[in-house]
Design a protein around this ligand. Structure first.
Ligand code: ADE
Length: 416
């Protein structure tokens, strides 16, 4: 019996089509699914996942099911679920507890549902499931073979748990695989965040002053794409090395107070809270647009925005206009949540192909090495990471060069 709580089961037909579309664009994960399907390497395992419920996640969880696992799926954000996909997954035998527009309580209820299934392995994006298991269900956590973590913010939280000596199972930081962050964080968010801003606002990017807060992999992807569309991009960064990189990549770099006066569009991608706060909002131009691409809705201080406002209305879907006491209007997109997943569809399938191939391979790796792995935050093994790159290149019809035996010897020798 499949368990579920979703918006509307009748949306399944549309969801199946969306999943098929994603499958066409996820050749690596599909080839992995096929390669291991007959062996059923996850037979008898219960897997609980807290991931954005998208068509790409559907391809991942269907793969885990095809490999023999029983899968329980909660969302990793209250506003990111694609309800048609959720309905299709239920028809496919996946247990789903997710719908778009959940309250915070409903969101944590869903996380608890999947935690309470006593899974063998957990997959998470942002670490709310890992945190819930460590906070409230330590017995269940202690019996886990291991888990994975999809995103930078989640890995930072798990490292904090590890530092305190409290991590109860090994976790593979999928985020830190090269074939994840170099592509998903940079090109995936670079494109999908701009996609979200455009779907919400339909503004012209060319000629605008865009302020990008954070010059990590996500920030640089967004800055790159906005520049590509003709924006004059200002980067705000606290790390001196990253700030210097941004300068030498040709961006204007300054602090938020200065940038606040100049920007037409603000995009936060730092992973920290209060990046845009009252003192900045008060300086902004009339009509400035505020969007967030970081995991949690804490980067733009919304209580500050509310406290400055005398009037508030939804002017378009996912665009709320705040009229401030000083007469200026600021526009907050997607309630300050991940603009790419709320106002658009998240990263394109082609990059999720690599991220989720790392997830699938990591799950298999955890199971195969369940008695050997330390209770630490671990990297995706280099061979798996490289195998994803090789399969991706192959799917793109791209050949790469190989070293000759002589070249290998040359690289291994220290002699003059
Ligand atoms: N994170 C960012 N984009 C995503 C997508 N399309 N599916 C699942 N998780 C995501």
């Amino acid at each position: 019996m499949v368990e579920f709580k979703i918006k509307d089961p009748s949306l399944a037909e549309e969801g199946h089509k969306q999943i098929e579309w994603a499958e066409v664009h996820m050749p690596v994960l599909m080839s992995l699914r096929k390669s291991y399907m007959s062996k059923k390497p996850l037979k008898g395992l219960k897997i609980s996942a807290a991931l954005h419920v998208t068509k790409e996640t559907a391809v991942l969880v269907r793969t885990l099911k095809a490999w023999g696992a029983e899968v329980y799926l909660a969302p990793s954000n209250p506003l990111s679920t694609q309800d048609d996909v959720a309905a299709a997954l239920v028809e496919d035998g996946i247990n789903v507890y997710a719908w778009r527009g959940m309250s915070t309580d409903e969101y944590f209820w869903a996380i608890e549902q999947v935690a309470l299934k006593e899974p063998n392995i957990v997959l998470d994006d942002g670490a709310d499931l890992h945190a819930t298991l460590h906070d409230k269900y330590r017995n269940i956590a202690s019996n886990l073979e291991g888990g994975t973590e999809e995103t930078t913010t989640g890995v930072i939280r798990l490292r904090a748990l590890e530092r305190e000596g409290k991590l109860l199972y090994p976790v593979i930081a999928v985020n830190d695989a090269y074939t994840k962050y170099l592509f998903d964080n940079r090109y995936g968010t670079g494109q999908s965040a701009v996609d979200g801003i455009l779907r919400a606002t339909n503004i012209l990017i060319a000629g605008k002053v865009a302020v990008v807060a954070g010059y990590g992999w996500v920030g640089r992807g967004i800055a790159l794409r906005l520049r590509g569309m003709g924006a004059r991009v200002i980067v705000v960064e606290v790390d001196p090395i990253r700030a210097l990189e941004a300068v030498m990549d040709g961006f204007e770099v300054t602090n938020m107070k200065e940038a606040a006066r100049k920007g037409d569009i603000f995009v936060t991608a730092t992973g920290d809270k209060d990046v845009i706060r009252k003192e900045h909002m008060e300086l902004m131009k009339d009509g400035a647009i505020l969007a967030n691409a970081g995991h949690f809705n804490v980067e733009i201080n919304i209580p500050d925005l509310e406290s400055l406002a005398v009037e508030k209305r939804e002017i378009r879907r996912y665009v709320v206009e705040y009229k401030l006491k000083n007469g200026k209007r600021l526009y907050l997109l997607a309630e300050g949540r991940l603009v790419n997943l709320v106002a658009a569809e998240g990263h394109p399938s082609e990059v999720m192909d690599m991220s989720f191939s790392n997830q699938a391979l990591s799950v298999m790796y955890i199971h195969q090495n369940k008695d050997k792995l330390p209770r630490k935050v671990l990297r995706v093994p280099r061979e798996l990471d490289e195998s994803v790159a090789r399969r991706k290149l192959e799917s793109m019809g791209i050949r790469i060069e190989e070293l000759t035996e002589e070249q290998k010897k040359y690289l291994e020798s220290w002699k003059v």
